[in-house]
Design a protein around this ligand. Structure first.
Ligand code: NI
Length: 270
């Protein structure tokens, strides 16, 4: 009999149109793969009600509110501290973000990205919520901002969908951050990423899909969905020399430690 797992997808965009017609089925398929809870991630304040509504509709889903760096110049509330903190007061809001820096696409000027990011760190710190950080091709500025903000006052968070370099990973770990791996970890070309994962302490690892993007094999190129966290978990377990069950329990405990407002119901038989 295959092992019964209880995995949390710590990062999915469940309000995106790819899921609009079949969210109940997506959630059922996730459960069949052992993915029992998920966090639906916000990317703009004017669409923040969408992940919130999903979290209100499903007992096993929570949400975050934040402004993605791609939206830092487009969202009129990208730096609206009061609006962000007000939205985050909801019972099922468990994090601020995703927020950060993306110098690969540069969809917003870098100073606008940084200002929005620092505003969201301030909100996370004030509310004692973790911040979910998006970093792409911005290793040095990201590490500098995180360290600078940490000097102003402690906050907690995760580098999500990690695909940066070893130095950023280390500097983030040094200030208490978690590192979350997505389907990228399973790609053939990701040997460097797997080397970095080997050095991340077990107590700081999370798993996610970032769905609907970045589906891991055997579904690469298709729409990603929360159930596929299972494939990320499987690969991470192999890298760390653990069983799937051990890695599921470890990443679950880490997720609930970081996102400490998540309160999953105890399920009979699990
Ligand atoms: Ni995302």
């Amino acid at each position: 009999m295959s092992e019964i797992l209880s995995i949390i997808d710590s990062h999915a965009h469940l309000d995106y149109p790819q899921f609009a017609d079949e969210l109940p089925e997506v959630i059922e398929r996730a459960a069949a793969l052992g993915v029992t809870e998920m966090i639906s991630i916000g990317v703009r304040l004017d669409t923040a009600h969408k992940p919130r509504q999903i979290a209100e509709a499903y007992e096993n889903i929570w949400f975050s509110v934040g402004i993605h760096p791609h939206e830092a110049a487009k969202d009129p509330q990208a730096c609206d501290y009061d609006a962000i903190t007000a939205f985050a007061s909801h019972d099922k809001c468990v994090a601020i973000g995703e927020a950060g820096l993306d110098y690969f696409y540069d969809f917003a000027p870098r100073d606008a990205q940084a200002t929005s990011f620092r505003t969201q760190i301030r909100a996370a710190r004030a509310l004692d919520l973790p911040i979910i950080v998006h970093a792409r091709d911005a290793d040095k500025d990201m590490a500098d901002i995180l360290e600078d903000e940490m000097q102003k006052g402690v906050f907690k968070g995760v580098l999500h969908c990690f695909s940066s370099g070893a130095e950023l990973a280390q500097r983030a770990l040094n200030i208490g951050f978690y590192i979350s791996f997505s389907g990228i970890l399973t790609f053939n070309s990701s040997e460097d990423l797997r080397e970095i994962a080997k050095d991340v302490p077990l107590s700081r690892l999370l798993v996610e899909t970032d769905s609907p993007y970045l589906a891991p094999p055997p579904h690469r190129g298709k729409t990603n969905e929360p159930g596929f966290t299972r494939y990320v978990l499987n690969r991470l377990a192999e890298i760390k020399g653990l069983s799937e069950g051990e890695m599921a329990a470890q990443t679950r405990a880490n997720t609930l430690t970081l996102f400490d407002r998540m309160k999953p119901q105890q399920r009979a038989g699990v």
